[in-house]
Design a protein around this ligand. Structure first.
Ligand code: SF4
Ligand code: SF4
Length: 373
């Protein structure tokens, strides 16, 4: 029988246990509470968080790097919430993914997306010209819909209060989400703009644990935003993008950005509390369940994660998503909201696959539908 001997003199061992918050894997009690918290662990396959931590602690980094578990982890930190030793799974997992020996294991779709994002500023390869053309066409449609020539979707305007950074899906399959945001900004009566220099909130550099890539992706957002002189950056409903630009940006860039960063739910809440945004309760006269995305509340205080971007995982996502589908069914409700477009897609696919008959919307879409203008 092969037995593991404790060996922390490995590259991963040196990257971890630096006594920063949550990387103290030597303190793992092997209690397994983390396993009980991982929604993927409840389904067949998926990561086994205790095993990931034990493999790292025992110096079995080669086996860990080659294990599917490492790449299935959503880095959602649901397991971390209950860990008595505060071991932070996204740190353990992203440090392991950052090892040079893990490069060959990075899913091909993720590798391709990173290259495209670094080259063009958009993970789907949308060029600046295509972005401008799409936004200007949407702006005309929005003016017509609102019957107001001043109702616009502006881009590259300096000195605005808000800069909105969309999820790449909003310039592709989720055009209605961008229109919903335009409606919310219109109702707020504030100046806002998009930027053709960076059209994409995502940060897959963080997902693969490459600090240099995450830093460059953050810099591509921060510097042009500062050049526009905006006051607040509003981030679209994207988990990892939000986490990096809200919580990790100062460490990555070595300085704070010269603007505030807020999520869409935070923005809506603050303008609703001021009485500027008002909503008609009769538009949704029933209870709506809320799915908390991994980053927006939990990690910055999972339904998707970067794994969603790997097209080879669709079948696996449906199999391991069964516990989440059971939770959705158990609400007894027919409408679900979330604040992450990755979760939005995963939960919508689960609803279809398990025939739950549950409509899945984003917070922005629901708020815009119920808006009183
Ligand atoms: S919950 Fe924390 S201490 Fe317990 S096995 Fe998991 S990582 Fe180790
Ligand atoms: S971070 Fe999330 S997906 Fe990864 S092991 Fe923990 S609970 Fe599971």
């Amino acid at each position: 029988m092969k037995t593991a001997t404790r060996n922390t003199d490995t590259e991963l061992g040196r990257l971890l246990n630096q006594l920063t918050r949550g990387d103290n894997i030597d303190e793992c009690l092997t209690c397994g509470i983390c396993n009980s918290r991982c929604t993927w662990f409840d389904g067949p396959g998926g990561p086994i968080p205790r095993q990931i931590v034990r493999m790292a602690a025992l110096g079995l980094e080669d086996a860990l790097v080659e294990s599917d578990m490492l790449w299935d982890c959503l880095v959602c930190n649901r397991c971390t919430q209950e860990c008595p030793m505060g071991i932070t799974m996204d740190l353990v997992v992203t440090r392991a993914r950052s090892l040079a020996k893990a490069d060959d294991q990075i899913p091909e779709d993720i590798k391709k997306g990173i290259k495209t994002r670094l080259e063009l500023g958009d993970v789907n390869g949308l060029t600046k010209e295509e972005f401008v053309e799409t936004v200007e066409w949407m702006s005309e449609e929005f003016s017509d819909e609102m019957e107001d020539p001043k109702a616009l979707i502006p881009h590259d305007q300096a000195g605005c209060k808000f800069l909105y950074l969309p999820n790449p899906r909003e310039l592709g399959i989720n055009l209605m989400h961008l229109t919903a945001m335009a409606k919310l900004f219109y109702a707020m009566g504030e100046t806002w703009t998009l930027s053709s220099h960076h059209t994409d909130v995502t940060n897959w550099g963080y997902f693969v644990g490459k600090d240099d890539v995450a830093k460059e992706m953050a810099r591509m957002v921060v510097e042009p935003a500062e050049a526009l002189g905006i006051e607040t950056l509003v981030l679209s409903e994207c988990g990892h993008g939000y986490h990096v630009l809200k919580c990790k940006v100062a460490r990555l860039l070595g300085r704070e950005p010269k603007f505030n960063v807020v999520s869409i739910p935070e923005l809506c809440l603050s303008y609703a509390q001021k009485g500027i945004l008002t909503f008609d309760p009769d538009v949704h006269p029933y209870e709506i369940a809320y799915h908390d995305p991994c980053n927006v509340a939990r990690k910055s205080c999972g339904g998707g994660g970067g794994i969603l971007q790997d097209s080879t995982t669709t079948k696996k996502r449906m199999i391991t998503g069964r516990p989440k589908a059971d939770q959705m069914r158990a609400t007894g409700l027919k409408h679900l909201a979330t604040a992450c477009l990755s979760c939005h897609r995963q939960l919508g696919e689960l609803s279809n696959h398990f025939e739950l008959g549950m409509k899945v919307d984003t917070v922005a879409a629901l708020a815009s539908e119920a808006l009183v203008l």
